[in-house]
Design a protein around this ligand. Structure first.
Ligand code: NAD
Ligand code: IPM
Ligand code: MN
Length: 354
């Protein structure tokens, strides 16, 4: 089997710290379970690269990325130095759109050994897959400013919802729900307030659900959903939401399953016309960057989603099992989970558990 070509963008802050551990784990898991090999292409695109070159990636950067089988991404953003308007808006968000990675899959699972901030939740009790629309909606780069800096300043930020865009993310979520034991799906909107875009989403939901009579589905307003993610997260199975609502709800689903340091994500182009991208849900965490204490498990679990996407299911399952074992044993934990272990020690423990 030829080596899988992976572009690696560590980015800023804890991004490179956690991605280093993910690369180590993937190497070993794939060699052991699937006899697979990797050709890693480390790309230095980050805030410091921007400071040196005046752009987040070189002019042929998108062509370079397109030649890979997948992209493993840490995080970008160092807002004290360069605005997110540059770092995030020249690299991360255009990547999702240019490569039409319209499915942002964000699982949330309460692992054994992880303290849950909610009382009385057994391991595995919270087990949801959030399908976040990833190319349009509230993140559409449409809008502008008039009279900046004056007291007459007007800013317009337009949400763009297309029938095709709504239907395709809903269909991806229904397909996933159909394959899960509970076969349950919740569609999140705010169509009581935002009648146009969210109204179109609701119409698309009502049309697509007809194709899935085997899936029990319902619609929930995002404010009530935020409450229920805390009050009764165990009731959710597959959740499908717009770009912004999916973003916010997945920091919440990460928190109720113990830590954002465990939250993984896949930005998938299901057609495989362009590479998909795998990254933790968290950002560059400037508050802990450089201290060597970031939890690398979110990055490792994101790499497991990449292994699934590459068809290396045994390696993916082996990686998840190794993470679950380290968490269940509870001997090494980073500070976000109440321990004192370093990022590298967690990488070592996951490697040993493989
Ligand atoms: P953040 O996710 O970076 O951090 C939020 C909090 O979670 C911080 O207290 C941080 O220490 C903690 N945390 C995050 N990851 C952790 C880990 N692996 N282990 C332990 N603790 C962890 O969010 P923020 O502070 O709002 O954003 C910081 C920067 O990152 C901003 O520039 C933002 O735009 C950017 N960002 C980038 C991405 C991305 O590139 N995918 C995602 C989110 C935020
Ligand atoms: C995420 C991040 C990004 C998003 C930011 C950095 C624009 O929060 O991946 O969750 O909102 O999508
Ligand atoms: Mn986010």
């Amino acid at each position: 089997m030829p080596a899988h070509r992976i572009a690696v963008i560590g980015g800023d802050g804890i991004g490179p710290e956690v991605i280093d551990q993910a690369v180590r784990v993937v190497e070993k898991a794939a060699a052991k379970f699937d006899k697979a090999e990797f050709a890693w292409n480390k790309l230095p695109w980050s805030t410091s690269y921007y400071q040196q070159h005046g752009h987040m990636l070189p002019p042929d950067g998108w062509d370079t990325l397109a030649k890979h089988d997948a992209i493993l991404f840490g995080a970008v953003g160092n807002p004290a130095v360069v605005s997110d308007k540059v770092t995030v808006h020249e690299l991360l968000l255009p990547m999702r759109r240019k490569f039409d990675q319209y499915v942002n899959l964000r699982p949330a699972f309460l692992f054994a050994g992880v303290p849950c901030p909610l009382v009385g939740k057994a391991p595995g009790a919270i087990d949801m897959l959030v399908y976040r629309e990833n190319t349009e909606g509230e993140y559409a780069p449409v809008g502008g400013n008039l009279y900046p800096g004056t007291e007459n300043e007007i800013a317009v930020q337009t949400g763009v919802f297309t029938r095709r865009g709504c239907e395709r993310i809903l269909r991806a979520a229904f397909e996933a729900a159909r394959k899960r034991p509970r076969k349950t799906l919740t569609s999140i909107t705010k169509s009581n307030a935002q009648v146009y875009g969210m109204g179109l989403w609701d119409d698309a939901y009502l049309a697509v659900r007809k194709e899935y009579p085997d899936v029990r589905s319902s619609s929930l307003l995002v404010d009530a959903a935020a409450m229920d993610f805390v009050r009764k997260p165990e009731t959710f199975d597959v959740v499908v939401a717009s770009n912004l609502f999916g973003d916010i709800l997945t920091d919440l689903s990460a928190a109720v399953t113990g830590s954002i340091g465990l939250a993984s994500s896949a930005n998938i182009n299901p057609t495989k016309q362009f590479p998909s991208m795998f990254e933790p849900v968290h950002g560059s965490a400037p508050d802990i960057a450089g201290k060597g204490i970031a939890n690398p498990m979110a990055a490792i679990l994101s790499a497991a989603l990449m292994l699934d996407h590459l068809g290396l299911a045994a390696s993916a399952a082996g990686t998840r099992d190794a993470v679950a074992k380290v968490l269940a044993e509870g001997k090494v934990k980073t500070p976000d989970l109440g321990g004192t272990a370093t990022t590298t020690q967690i990488g070592d423990a996951v490697l040993a558990a493989l």
